[in-house]
Design a protein around this ligand. Structure first.
Ligand code: SAM
Ligand code: SF4
Length: 465
């Protein structure tokens, strides 16, 4: 376990000082920060605070424009797709914003058996998914933590027709270093854990019972995961619990701590906004609601502050907000999601769901939409399967070399989707999108990508490099 000196320390006083100093800015200072961000070297906390204070529409437009250009230069037009797989809503914690909280009598409890998990996986595979995020509450059935380990085996073992899940990411409660070691041995991709709020007082107010009450146990979970050898961790904030400006600066303090300690920060950031949830007053009336404009600012400022860290956008948000944030910095999205265990097999059992969704569209419709907008939907899982994780990934990402892999891999996996699962309408939009994307690649890469796409059209599957 991390010792006190190794663990992360969120400096609330420093955040307050930085926010106060950031308020005293003029347009010239904002443009200076944006010019620095455009060099792709990231931002200091004070720079972020300067951008946070901007409300002038023209300057705001410049922030969004810079974020868009940084996103395009680093990630191109790819959007990686995944679906959450909720295996259980049993929970011993009392997080006031969540329908799964232990005292919520309105929720129907369910932990899927391994057979039921396999049925859910088949549904996801048959839609065309290749990456899932396994999610559970913090209480496991009789088998204890083994239940999660078995579930991962079940997911990897379950194929259907031409498809299978090739990467399992995991969002479960913090584990001990030893348990993280067991998780790593199951070949997971990213381990995700959101601090919810980095503000201790607020944290204590909304986490009333169970192990999750311990702020330090949770905030040091990414450290323990990385100590156990899990290279890719994902962190995040549940926006709506406290001031978003404080949370974004604290999130970046957390990132800088991991970078200092492990030589690499988190692989992804998540920015969930609180949604209504059965049996939760807090979720319906967030104490610090985040407006749509501020939400776009959060995505843009994080994109500029940590340009090489992926940003995930879930289906909590509506299709319209999702579209806006793709341009500002999002690199991964979920699609066709259900947040109730068993939800892919049985659409009606929403009384077991964790929170309400903003985007209900099926995967095929989301793919058609993003392809028509000019993005390349990607199901790529090459990096972690080839060991390009953690620091090795960042060493390739920073000089821009990873793009040489991502571009062709995205196109090959998109073509695979179109061949095996695309509806006729999506096929049409997708074929045009693939042709456009091939034409936009530099000549050296275009040849490789065209060959990979052709191989898929001729029947090859799981083509990547
Ligand atoms: N139970 C584990 C935990 O709390 O870390 C892992 C899974 S929990 C189901 C996943 C995430 O859902 C939480 O970390 C929280 O940020 C988010 N969440 C909970 N209630 C929510 C709500 N009402 N709206 C949006 N997101 C919510
Ligand atoms: Fe349980 Fe996680 Fe929901 Fe808290 S957020 S009640 S720990 S499932």
């Amino acid at each position: 376990m991390s010792t006190a000196t190794e663990g992360v320390r969120i400096d609330e006083g420093l955040i307050a000082e930085t926010l106060a100093a950031g308020r005293r800015h003029d347009a010239a200072r904002v443009r200076e920060v944006l010019a620095k961000a455009a060099e792709l070297g990231g931002l200091q906390a004070l720079d972020m605070a300067v951008l946070m204070g901007v409300s002038d529409p023209e300057l705001l437009g410049e922030i969004f424009q810079t974020a868009k250009s940084v996103k395009e230069r680093i990630y191109g037009n790819r959007l990686v797709l995944f679906a959450p797989l909720y295996i259980s809503n049993l929970c011993g914690n009392e997080c006031l914003y969540c329908a799964f909280r232990a005292a919520n009598r309105e929720l129907q409890r369910r932990a899927l058996s391994q057979d039921e998990i396999a049925v859910e996986v088949k549904h996801l595979v048959e839609q065309g998914h290749k990456r899932i995020l396994l999610v559970a509450g913090e209480a496991y059935p009789r088998e204890g933590f083994e239940y999660v380990l078995d579930a991962i085996d079940t997911v990897y073992r379950t194929a259907s027709g031409a498809g299978e899940i090739r990467r399992v990411n995991v969002n479960i409660a913090p584990l001990s270093t030893e348990e993280f070691g067991l998780l790593k041995a199951k070949r997971i991709g990213t381990y995700q854990v959101f601090q919810e709020t980095y503000h201790r007082e607020t944290y204590a107010r909304v986490h009333l019972a169970g192990r999750k009450r311990d702020f330090d146990w949770r905030v040091n979970a990414p450290d323990r995961a990385m100590e156990a050898g899990i290279d890719d961790v994902g962190i995040g904030v549940l926006f709506g619990l406290f001031d978003w400006r404080f949370e974004a600066l604290a999130l970046v303090q957390h990132i800088r701590h991991l970078e200092r300690r492990f030589g690499v920060g988190p692989h992804t950031l998540s920015v969930p906004r609180m949604e209504p949830a059965t049996g939760s007053d807090v979720a319906s009336h967030p104490p610090h609601p985040v407006s749509d404009v501020d939400f776009r600012k959060i995505v843009a400022i994080l994109r500029l502050a940590v340009p090489y860290t992926g940003i995930i956008m879930s289906t909590r948000e509506t299709a319209a907000i999702r579209r806006e944030t793709f341009a500002l910095g999002v690199s991964q999205i979920s699609a066709g999601s259900r947040t109730n265990p068993g939800g892919y097999s049985d659409d009606e059992r929403l009384e077991a769901a964790q929170f309400c969704l903003g985007d209900h569209r099926p995967l095929d419709e989301v793919i058609r939409d993003v392809a028509a907008l000019g993005y390349v939907p990607s199901f790529c899982t090459a990096c972690y399967r080839l060991g390009r994780t953690g620091r090795d990934f960042m060493d390739l990402a920073k000089p821009g070399e990873i793009k040489d892999h991502c571009g062709p891999n995205a196109l090959a996996t998109f073509q695979e989707y179109l061949e095996d699962y695309g509806s006729p309408e999506t096929w049409q939009v997708g074929e045009a999108a693939v042709a456009r994307a091939l034409a936009g690649l530099e000549p050296g890469l275009r040849g490789r990508a065209a060959t990979m796409v052709r191989m898929v059209k001729n029947g090859a599957r799981d083509v990547y490099w």
